[in-house]
Structure formats: C-alpha cells, structure tokens
Design a protein around this ligand. Structure first.
Ligand code: XMP
Length: 328
C-alpha cells in the first residue's frame, strides 16, 4: 500500500504549505510508480475533493494507466459532472469514462421515501454501475480510493457512503490509497499544489448520496431540479457576497409537500425551499450562520422567481443538536 504505515506517525509534519505539499507529491509519485509499475488502476471519480486529488496525483504518476470512472447518478450539484469532464478529460488529458446513469438511479428511487432505503439504493446502485464498467476493462490490477485519515480513524477505513457493501469477491483489486494518512486540510493543500481548481479543492462537504438527501421523501425529477437550481442560486449569491469558504456548509432542501401561495393573482400550490447554513468544527455540533438580511432577501427573490414550482423560502435556525445538519 504505497509503503505507507497503517497509523500516522507522530513525527509526520502537517502539510500546511505548498512546499510541504510538493515534497509529499514528489515522494508519492515515486512510491506510486514503484507500486503500480506498468499495471492499470481503476478509480471512481466523483469530483469530490478526495477522489479528485487522488486522480490528479495518479494522472501525474502513471498518466493513461489510470482509468477514471465518473458515474453521474443525477444527484450531483449543478455543473459538477461537466466540471469533472472539463478538468480531467480536457485539461488533464485523463482516461475518463463518463457514465450517464441518471435514468437508472431515478427509476430505482421512484416512490421510495424512506431515507435509509434511499441511501441503500443509491450506494448499492453505484457499486453495480461501477462493477459493470470495471468488468469491461481489461487488465485492471489496482483500485484507487480517496480514503483519508479521518475515514480510517472514524469508520475503520470505509467511507461513510460506502456502507452498502463493496465489489464482489471475484473483483477484489489491490488498493492504492495515497491520501490515507492525510487530514482534509492537507488533502486540499496537495490538490491546490497539483493545480486543481479552487472550487473543486475548497468545496464544502457534500454527502455521498448527494442531493438525494436534500430532495426529501420520494424523489421526483421536477423537485430534484428545484433542489439543484435553488442550491446553485444560494451558492452563487454566497460567493458574490464573499461568504464562500467562510461558512462551513450551506445548501437548500425541498420537502415533499406544497403550501398555498399567490402568483399572478391566482392561488398557487407549490413547494417551499429550506435554506440551511451552518458553522462547525467537526460536524458533530453546529451553529447557525447569521446571514445578512439583504443577502437572504436577494436569495429569496431569486429562488421564487427563477426556480420552477417554488412559492416560499424559509431559513432554518436550528442548531445541531437538536437538528442534524442535513434534513434527509
Ligand atoms: P448530519 O446531517 O448528520 O451531517 O448532521 C453531518 C455531516 O455529514 C455530511 N453527510 C455525509 N457525508 N456521506 C458523506 O460523506 C454521507 O452519506 C453523508 N451524510 C451526511 C453532512 O453533509 C454534514 O456535513
């Protein structure tokens, strides 16, 4: 496993500068080439920070021997699948297989309202799509994963959203986990030093099941679009206001009920959009960001005019505990 120890040694310096990140990268390029040789490596590339940094590192180390698989399950934020293709295929010339699995996921999720069941379907289907792609590849020997140190400490080396089982036994590859001893801030520093775009490297946390946990109840295409579009507006306005990177996590959720409103002098029955913006150190507890009123007003105005099917915007003031960060 890239010659990395199982536990982070006390003597390992925190990678807090581009110089230290460069030293880590140089060391890893050497170790990865030694481990992988002329073999092929498969990587599920979601576009999240961890898998993106692993991809960038491996592209540098072994180029086209890396096969990246991006599964678009339809639950990603606006612009994310396009950015994965742009950055990795076009800018970094990676070997990238893009799988449009939107219909497949949404069909499986149809009429499923139980949150745990939704998570299971999304995670399970993801493994199946990935397995199908993997089976078509010849000569894969390694599987790269964006495991980071907190994954190892907190959940025995398994990413939270991978709790749905793994690839079948006949497809057990040797693992390549170059970030397994790094904390998140170090992964970001490495990604930044590798030249990944800031909005990829410094993005806020995004749950594995994606917008599926924010489109509450049974997912429908139109309500999923309302989540995606309102989230995009929120992020755009936070960025314009200089709050990007200053607030830990912010997003919208759309419940599966409608309330009465009035539009063009007629009664409308449409969904509310819930805004959530929290600050936290470790996601175990969270406080509410005091968003300036002018900004809240602007976001509300945009959402009720630009997002189809929405007639109300509400701001969730509940800290964690007792509310969790996600609505789910
Ligand atoms: P809660 O809702 O439990 O969320 O207060 C705490 C943090 O975890 C994120 N979250 C996830 N992250 N896979 C992830 O990688 C998941 O399945 C998942 N579910 C929740 C959530 O966004 C928040 O930052």
């Amino acid at each position: 496993m890239t010659g990395l120890p199982m536990v982070r040694p006390d003597s390992m310096a925190r990678i807090s500068t581009p110089e230290l990140a460069q030293a880590f990268i140089d060391e890893q390029l050497y170790a990865l080439r030694a481990q992988i040789g002329n073999n092929k490596v498969l990587l599920a590339l979601s576009g999240g920070v961890d898998s993106s940094v692993v991809a960038a590192l491996l592209i540098k180390a072994i180029g086209k021997q890396l096969v990246c698989v991006h599964v678009n399950h339809g639950l990603l934020r606006k612009g994310e699948p396009e950015q994965v293709v742009e950055v990795f295929r076009h800018q970094m010339s990676a070997n990238l297989i893009y799988v449009d699995a939107i219909d497949r996921f949404l069909t499986k999720l149809q009429d499923v309202s139980d949150p745990e069941q939704k998570r299971k379907i999304i995670g399970g289907e993801f493994i199946r799509v990935f397995e199908e792609v993997a089976r078509k590849q010849e000569g894969i020997r390694f599987l790269a994963q964006g495991t980071i140190y907190p994954d190892i400490i907190e959940s025995g080396g398994v990413k939270a959203h991978h709790n749905v089982g793994g690839l079948p036994d006949d497809m057990k590859f040797e693992l390549v986990e170059p970030l397994r001893l790094l904390y998140k801030d170090e992964v970001r520093m490495v990604g930044h030093t590798l030249g990944l775009p800031d909005n990829m490297v410094y993005r806020q946390p995004f749950p594995g099941p994606g917008l599926g946990v924010r489109c509450l109840g049974a997912i429908t295409r139109d309500r999923l679009e309302a989540v995606r579009e309102s989230d995009a507006i929120l992020r755009e306005e936070f960025a314009k206001y200089g709050l990007e990177g200053k607030v830990w996590q912010y997003f919208t959720a759309v419940p599966d009920f409608k309330s009465v409103g009035v539009r063009n002098n007629t009664r409308s029955f449409e969904w509310p959009v819930i805004i959530r913006a929290v600050n936290t150190a470790d996601a175990m507890t969270a406080t509410i960001e005091e968003i300036p009123y002018a900004l809240l007003n602007r976001i509300t105005k945009r959402i009720i005019t630009e997002v189809k099917g929405v007639n109300r915007v509400v701001y969730d003031l509940t800290p964690k505990p007792v509310g969790t960060i996600e609505w789910e």
